[in-house]
Design a protein around this ligand. Structure first.
Ligand SMILES: C[S@@+](CC[C@H](N)C(=O)[O-])C[C@H]1O[C@@H](n2cnc3c(N)ncnc32)[C@H](O)[C@@H]1O
Length: 240
């Protein structure tokens, strides 16, 4: 593939933010914390270089999970909240890749990741809750460790379903509250401070979020002491 885009061609969607739906349902214990998308982007501006430098840690702990979850997608693929582009090396090199993220600092590293891998791809600065793409335009939508930081994860999940072909695939890799007591205790103990520093909900319940968004779970699998969940969701239109 050849380079065809760059982060200076990124754009912020002009769509207004979707109405917040996460707080109203009450099923997710973490849903009542709210940073704006601008505040989340600002917090990632401060850590983007560190996140990129610690890519080897991610490869060690999550590389196998990412490969298993995302390694067989094909066609036009959207990586929602692609961050520094950590997923890119695990996708087949033949995919037609589009990545979006709210943070221009993370996207700058994503561009370096694409270039380092010799891959083409479009990158756009965009809010996951208001994707500037038409309906049904992607064969697969992938996203990793993202719903924890979305100000409105329900709206973002519904947007993933909207832009994915009805017979396409939504593939998520998310962290959430462990079902191992001491691990969950640690996560809950750190939850508020972690959210304040990074806008990331350590105590979220990703499967609950997917179901609240009205998506059917096709497959789900837990790893790393129940902290990480791989989820395949059906993009058939959620109701409501
Ligand atoms: C923990 S990082 C994960 C990055 C990448 N997916 C990965 O697996 O390494 C969370 C990312 O979500 C992005 N993000 C948070 N809220 C967002 C939103 N509403 N729209 C787009 N990106 C968002 C942040 O900027 C950050 O890059």
């Amino acid at each position: 593939m050849s380079a065809s885009d760059s982060t200076d061609r990124t754009h912020r969607t002009a769509h207004p933010p979707a109405a917040s739906t996460a707080a109203s349902t009450g099923a997710d214990p973490a849903a009542d914390r709210h940073m704006s998308v601008e505040e989340v982007a600002e917090s990632y501006a401060g850590v983007a270089d560190d996140v990129a430098a610690r890519d080897w840690v991610d490869r060690l702990f999550a590389g196998r999970l990412r490969r298993r979850q995302f390694g067989d997608v094909d066609g036009r693929v959207l990586d929602v909240a692609c961050g520094t582009g950590t997923n890119f090396r695990y996708l087949p090199p033949t995919v037609d890749l589009v990545g979006i993220d709210a943070s221009p600092d993370m996207l700058a590293h994503a561009r370096e990741t694409l270039d380092g891998l010799g891959l083409d791809g479009e990158l756009h600065e965009m809010d996951a809750a208001s994707l500037a793409f038409p309906d049904d335009g992607f064969d697969a939508v992938v996203s990793a460790f993202s719903t924890c930081t979305f100000p409105d994860p329900i709206a973002a999940l519904r947007e993933m379903a909207r832009v994915c072909r009805p017979d396409g695939r939504i593939l998520l890799l998310e962290h959430g509250l462990s079902d191992v007591g001491p691990v969950a205790w640690l996560q809950e103990w750190r939850a508020e401070a972690h959210y304040e520093s990074l806008g990331c909900r350590l105590d979220q319940e990703p499967l609950e979020l997917v179901r609240e968004a009205g998506l059917s779970v096709v497959d789900a699998d837990e790893a790393l002491l129940g902290v990480v969940t791989s989820i395949e969701a059906d993009p058939a239109r959620p109701s409501g």
